[in-house]
Design a protein around this ligand. Sequence first.
Ligand SMILES: Cc1cc2nc3c(=O)[nH]c(=O)nc-3n(C[C@H](O)[C@H](O)[C@H](O)COP(=O)(O)OP(=O)(O)OC[C@H]3O[C@@H](n4cnc5c(N)ncnc54)[C@H](O)[C@@H]3O)c2cc1C
Length: 422
Amino acid sequence: MERYAIIGFGCAGYHGARALRANGFKGEIHVYTDTGMAPENPMLTTYVTAGRLPEAGGYPFGSLDEISRELHLSIHAQRVERVDPLARTVTAGGQASPYDKLLIATGAKAFVPPVEGSGSPNAYTMRTMRDARRLRERLEQGGVTSAVVVGASMVGIKVVELLWQRGIACTFSDLASHIFPLSALPSVSGEIERRLADKGVELAFGKGLAGLADRAEGGVSVRFSDGSSQDCDLAVLCIGTRPNLDFLAPDTLELGRGGIRVDETMAASLPGVYAAGDCAEHLNIQTGQPQAVGLWANASRQGEVAGASMAGRQDAYEGSLIHNITHFMDMDFISLGDKSLGGEHRVFAHRQDGLWLEALEKDGRLTCINILDCHEISGIVKGMLMKRLRGGAESDIFLLEKLRRSGVDEAFIKLLEGGQND
Ligand SMILES: Cc1cc2nc3c(=O)[nH]c(=O)nc-3n(C[C@H](O)[C@H](O)[C@H](O)COP(=O)(O)OP(=O)(O)OC[C@H]3O[C@@H](n4cnc5c(N)ncnc54)[C@H](O)[C@@H]3O)c2cc1C
């Protein structure tokens, strides 16, 4: 009987296993998971920490027992220590086991920079349910009145929100000079920063994390690259992620900065090996370059394609668009496209009562779109942008009408449809 292995059982690993069975694979599926728990949803961690969602709600596909019975999986609640794609073996618990095909779906971990004191017991990260539990337990102990959140990222702002909602004095810091440096256009970041400051969040941008030092009286002192420091009860590091690939035998699979390079079937550079989710680099449809775009829907679709491909069916991943759709502290911020592609900064709407719409335009095309406060149009704009990038032609007139009714400018609509403006 054929023996397939899946390493990592998050969104991508789960969808890989489902797709294998759905596409008729009858052999053994060995799943290795270092959590020993059902697949979890990292997007929900901040809600679990905040107490807005019971921890059970963080496992969207049911219990590990139910899943393994339904999909006939052999679960190994073990961390994989080594994968040798040339010898076709997976090693866990010191024991090497052979595989015929392998799906690597190990996701990513929170990046902790190698600064002095980074292992402080007063330093937290936010990626896994374990992280969510750890911070929740600390907050529930009481006595937390101040915090520094390092990393002006989408994860960082969700952590700021949950601390702010508990009345904890919060400083939000980043080496970049503005919030959401990879996605927010200048006046949008300025407006978000103004609103955060109005709500009492202290902003400390333009200075990086230089170190952490635990204080004798409790709490921690956060040192910054400009020589300043701030004392607080705890620090949360939201500085980005790195793919979980430390088990991979060196010089075997082709890797990029963001993870394992895969083709549209999610196959890696050696036969029988596939990768999906936050540990894989796939096609960015806007740039045509491989890139890891770590989003839930991408991990789910990539897992599905990997499973189908491993089962010998034809399926292809359509490619990713960099985007963020996030709600925090009574605001919605939506960013679509790749800000680093540049272009002329265009402002299409600045309305205090509703829509903020700005974009970068290059050669008659929108490279990056920012929407503030009008989340109702985000799905339509994203759908139209994706359709155009995939070479689709006609726009849906009902959707166009909806955009117009929401006050979206004709010049923007024309650009979104791929036309030049006069
Ligand atoms: C706070 C937060 C908010 C987010 N918000 C959004 C959002 O709004 N929208 C969105 O689309 N995405 C969001 N994301 C990102 C999204 O959650 C991820 O893109 C998605 O979960 C990736 O799924 P994955 O299966 O690739 O990886 P993971 O969910 O990381 O799963 C990988 C699994 O592999 C396990 N593993 C790792 N190494 C090993 C090993 N050696 N052996 C065995 N097991 C191993 C890990 O423990 C983990 O269980 C957010 C993430 C966070 C943390």
